[in-house]
Each structure stands twice: as structure tokens, then as C-alpha cells.
Design a protein around this ligand. Sequence first.
Ligand code: HEM
Length: 363
Amino acid sequence: MNQRSTKEIYYADYLQLERLLSAQTPESRRHGREAHDEMLFIITHQAYEIWFKQILHELESVLGAFAVTPLDEHSMGVIVARLERVIAIQKVLNQQIDVLETITPLDFLDFRDYLIPASGFQSVQFREIELRLGLGVHVPQPVTGRLRSEDVAYLREIASEPSLFEQVDAWLARMPFLKFEGYDFWESYRQAVMAMLAKDRRSIETNPLFSDAERSAQLAELENTRRKFDYLLDPAGFERLKAQGMFHLCQTSVLSALFIQLYRDEPILHLPFRLLSHLMDIDEQFTTWRSRHALMAQRMLGSKIGTGGSSGHEYLQETVDKKRIFKDLFNLSTFLIPRSSLPALPKRLKQSLDFHFTGERCS
Ligand code: HEM
């Protein structure tokens, strides 16, 4: 009989509960004025860090699957399932704020000063999640002096590795949907867009409810939209959209993502569509957390500075929109057109859509 199977596993040993449950030491106790609520504060943070570990575990496997080029078709289902798990965990993380908010601002003050200068600022796992997702691509991530030198070195190493954002960019850029045996999909799309905009123009021009000023404003807005469509399809124009911060992905990737969104009913595009939706969910859950955390900090601290020395709520509120990672995919909705206006795909193109995404990487 196998030697290992004879050893009985004991619940507490397997989970190392002795270590885990002896790792909560309130600072207020050390100072001889134990604050009841500090235990909840510690346990909530620890629960966050444990979930961060699981998120990183999932992200690392997703990044590993993307690192194989061309992407193994079989891994797509696993990637999508792992990202779904990340989203489910993020929902739990957002709910945990409810538990934390049972600490009242006055009770928080019983132990807050003992924590200085420690802060969530110094959560290395949180920074790693940001970097793994691709935040460094959008906002240069200063690895701050508030971290220990070994943590700074570790995060620099993570920052030098390809992030999920970059891998998705490369994967989208390799998709073969842009031109197909003489059929230029994007030319058909351009014509469909122009027809749609012309219809919109007619309805603005003939709408009796608009005053002259309103009509001019609507027409100017329509012209603005038309210009954006032009920019999207033109390499030089696209650089303008990038300069405006609308996109960080390369043009071929944006067009592939748009194609997936538009034709997501094609069976072969179901998984890519779910993948893109999950990236938006991850971004949305993260943004929700940042926003709720900023509000919670304001509720606890008002306009006091944070224990880590930032301006507190003001700093956190700024990060809510600044630290979006997959906002490109949200901005893409600008370019969706109704199903009824979509160009029908030639039969051979429909048949040949496949997961063999090979070809050029984006520059
Ligand atoms: C009473 C509860 C909390 C308050 C009042 C609070 C307050 C703050 C403040 C003011 C900051 C800005 C940095 C600073 O100056 O310290 C911050 C940053 C941060 N906190 Fe919290 N926090 C709380 C709970 C948590 C929890 C439970 C977590 C989970 C790990 C967390 C994670 C973070 C992270 C990751 C940052 C850095 C955010 C960034 O730079 O984008 N915080 N917190």
C-alpha cells in the first residue's frame, strides 16, 4: 500500500490553522489599550490578501496560456473559466467593504494612529495584480519609496513581464478578420456606417421639435461621431484616438475586438466574445472596489490624510478613473452599429472563421 495513504490527514493540520489563527495581533493590545474593532480590521485585510493570492494564482495560469503562440484553442475555455473565477472573487471583495463599514469612524480612531505609516498602499499583492493585468501600460506605475527595497525589486521584475493587457493586444492583433481573399470587411463596414449616419442626419434635419440651435448642436455632434469613425479606420487618425486616451491597444487589435463584438453570434466567436466581456467585468469590479474604498475612506477619515501619507479620499477618488485597465473595450461601444445595419459576411468568410490565429503581431 502507498506509504502516504496510511497517514491520516487532520483538518487543522491541512489548513495550518494554528499558524493562520495566531496571526492576528492588534497593535492597540500591544499599546495596552485594546480596541475591540481592530480585530475585524486585521481579519478583513488578511481575508483580502488571501483572496489576492488566489486571484494571482488564476492570473498566472491565464498569462501562461496566453504565452503560447499561436494560442492553443483548447486553452480558451480554461482562460474564460479562470477569469470568471477572478470576477466571482472580486464580487466577494466588494462585499467585504460592507463588513468593514460596521466599524464606525469614532471606533476607527481608537486604533488608527497605531498603524502609521502602514497602509494598503504597501500591499505588494495588490500592486502585482495591477501590474499583471496591465496597469503599467496605461499609467507608469511608480514603485514607491513606501515599500521595502526587496518589494520594490520584486515589483520591478513583475512590471518587466508581459501583462494580460499586452497579451490580449498581441492575440487580437493576430486575428485574421481584417481582409479576406479580396473581401475588405472594413470597407463594407465603412459603407454601413456612412449609410447609418446619413439616416441620422436626415432625421435631425427633418425633426420639427428641434430649434435651429438644437439642430446645429446635434449636427455638430453627428459630425464629431463621423470623424471618430474615420479616425478608427485610418492608421494616422487612429493615432489621434490614442493620443486622446481613447485607446491603448493597437489599431488591428481594436478592429479585431470590434469584429468580435459585432459578430459575436457566430459560434466561433462566442469564447472570444466572453473573454472580452470578462475583461470588462474585471475592470468594472476593480473600478467599483476603488470607488467604494474611496467612499469608505472618506466616511472613516473625512478629509484627514491616510496612514500611508496620501491626501486620503482625494487621492483614492482620483485613482477611480485614472487606473482603468480595459477601458479601450468600453470605448469600443462607440463604434457598434445596429445588427440591422451590419454587412452580411460572405459565405466563405463565415465558413472559414476559425481559431487559427496566426500572422503578424502588432507593432
Ligand atoms: C477602515 C478601513 C480603511 C481605510 C480608512 C482605508 C484608507 C485608505 C487610504 C486613505 C489610502 C490611501 C493611502 C494612504 O494614504 O494610506 C488607502 C490605500 C489603499 N488601501 Fe485602504 N483603507 C481601508 C481598508 C482597506 C482594506 C480592507 C484594504 C484591502 C486590502 C485596503 C487596500 C488599500 C489599497 C490596495 C490601497 C492603495 C490604493 C491605490 O494606491 O490605488 N484598504 N486606504
